[in-house]
Write a protein that binds this ligand. Sequence first.
Ligand SMILES: Cc1cc2nc3c(=O)[nH]c(=O)nc-3n(C[C@H](O)[C@H](O)[C@H](O)COP(=O)(O)OP(=O)(O)OC[C@H]3O[C@@H](n4cnc5c(N)ncnc54)[C@H](O)[C@@H]3O)c2cc1C
Ligand SMILES: NC(=O)c1ccc[n+]([C@@H]2O[C@H](COP(=O)([O-])OP(=O)(O)OC[C@H]3O[C@@H](n4cnc5c(N)ncnc54)[C@H](O)[C@@H]3O)[C@@H](O)[C@H]2O)c1
Length: 448
Amino acid sequence: MTKHYDLVVIGTGTAAMVGAMRVRAAGRSVAVVDFRPFGGTCALRGCDPKKMLISGANAVDHTWRMRGRGVAGDARIAWADLMAFKRGFTDPVPQKHQERYSERGIDTFHGRARLTGRNSLEVGEETLEFSNLLIAAGAEPRKLGIPGEEHLVTNEGFLELGDMPKRIVLVGGGYIAAEFSHIAARAGAEVVILQRGERLLPQFDPDVVGWLMESFRQLGVDVRLETTVQAVEQTRAGFRVHAQTKGKAVDVHADLVIHAAGRGPAIDDLGLDAAGVEHEGGRLKLNEFLQSVSNPAVYAAGDAAQVGPPLTPVSSHDAKVVAANILNGNSERPNYRGVPSVAFTIPPIAAVGLTEREAKDQGLLYRVKNQKASDWFTARAAAEPTFGFKVLVEEGTERVLGAHLVGPNVDEVINIFALAIRHGLTADDLKTTMFAYPTGASDVGYML
Ligand SMILES: Cc1cc2nc3c(=O)[nH]c(=O)nc-3n(C[C@H](O)[C@H](O)[C@H](O)COP(=O)(O)OP(=O)(O)OC[C@H]3O[C@@H](n4cnc5c(N)ncnc54)[C@H](O)[C@@H]3O)c2cc1C
Ligand SMILES: NC(=O)c1ccc[n+]([C@@H]2O[C@H](COP(=O)([O-])OP(=O)(O)OC[C@H]3O[C@@H](n4cnc5c(N)ncnc54)[C@H](O)[C@@H]3O)[C@@H](O)[C@H]2O)c1
C-alpha cells in the first residue's frame, strides 16, 4: 500500500521527535519510522539510562569519600536493583513516545526504512512517498575491521547487563570508556581501558584530563594508552583481547569486551543511492541548510548528519533548523557556538567553547586562568580532591572564549559558561552576577 506524506522521518530519537512535532504543528502530514522501540539512543541506550546507573555509582562513591568524615558503614552497588531502577525510567519510554505521536496525528511505522526512489521509501510491505524526508537515523558503533569484532558488546548490551562481569575490557578511550569504566569499577568489576590515543578523553583539555586521571587510579581502572586493539578471541574462560602497544604485542583477558571506539552516522543500510543522496566516507553530503546536496527533498539532523558534535542538544538544534527550512524555505543554518559537553565520570569533566589550542590557532589574544583547586570549599565540602579549571577570556573584548572544568558540580556549572559564550557575555558580566552561595556557580567569579 502506498501513502503520501509532506514529511517522513527516519528515526524516533531526539532529532526525529523535534523535527516531526514542529512540522506537524504547522499542519503538515507527517510519519515516523523506526525499527527499534521508539525513543532513540539518548532515552533508551545512552544519556538517560547511563545517568540512572551513575546515580548509584555517585551514591556509593560519596559514601566512600565521607568515610572517617562522619559517615560510617559501607555502601555497595546492588547491580540487579540498580538496573531495575534504570528500567523504571526506560521501560515506559517507547509507549509514551508512541502515544505522543498518535495524539498529534503523526503516523507511526515500525520497521527498517529503505529508500527506493528520490521521493519514496519502503518499510515492510508499505511504500511511503514524501515531499520531504528527514534522515534522523542516529549513529552506530564504528566497524573496527578486526578479527573477532562480533564478540564486542555495544552500549546497548552494557546498559542491559543482568550481572556485572568480573573482568571488563573497554576498546577505546573516549566518552563511553570513561563513563562505563566509572560505573563498572564501582560495581565491583576489574576494568581495563585500551585506548589507541596518547591520552584518555581527547575531546577535553589535556591539563584538566590529567587531574581527572587521579580518579581512575584511585578506582583501580587500568588505563593503557597508545594501545590499539587488533583482535578479540573467544577462549574457554571468556575472551582474549590482542593489542599492540608502542610496538609490543599485549594480551588482556576478559569476561566482557565493550565497544567504546567511536560511533558513525547510521546511513549504510538506508539505500541512499536509490534516492540520489550523495555520501562520502560514511557521511552524508549536506549543504549549510542540512539539506542533501544532490536531492533537495532530503534533510538530515543529529548523529546521522554529524555536522555538529554528536550530542543530544545538537540533535534537537539541528531538527529545529531543518523544520524551519522545510516550512519556510531554506533560511536557517545551524549555530554550534557554545555547545557544552560533559563526560559523566565521578567527578564529571566538562567543556565549552574554545580550547587553548583553538584560541592560539585562531590568532586570538587571550588570558588563561588555570588552577587545580583541591583546597577550595567546593572540593572540601564534597571530600573530592579532583577539582580544577581552565578558563580563557579574550583580551580587549573580555568575552569568555572557553571553559574546561573538572570536579563536583561542574556538569551544572558548565551551563553558565555556555550561556556566556553563546550570548557573548563578558568576564565582568559573570563576575557581577550574584550566584547563590555556597553552590558550584558561586565559584565562577573566581575562575575568571
Ligand atoms: C552510551 C551513550 C551515552 C551518551 N550520553 C550522552 C550524554 O550524556 N549527553 C549527550 O548530549 N549525548 C550523549 N550521547 C549521544 C546522544 O545519545 C546522541 O547524540 C543522540 O541520542 C542522537 O540523537 P538522534 O536523534 O540524532 O539519533 P538517535 O537517538 O540515535 O535515533 C536514531 C533512531 O533511528 C533509528 N534508525 C536508524 N536507521 C533506521 C532505519 N533504516 N529505519 C528506521 N529507523 C532507523 C534507530 O533505531 C534510532 O532509534 C550518548 C550516546 C551514547 C551511545
Ligand atoms: N556524555 C556524553 O555526552 C557522551 C557519552 C557517551 C557517548 N557520547 C557520544 O557517543 C560517541 C561515541 O562514544 P565513544 O566513546 O565510542 O567514542 P569517542 O570518539 O569518544 O572515543 C573513541 C576512542 O576510541 C579510540 N579507538 C578507536 N579504535 C580503537 C582501537 N582499535 N583500539 C583502541 N582504541 C581505539 C580512539 O582513539 C578514540 O579516542 C561520542 O562521540 C559522543 O558524542 C557522548
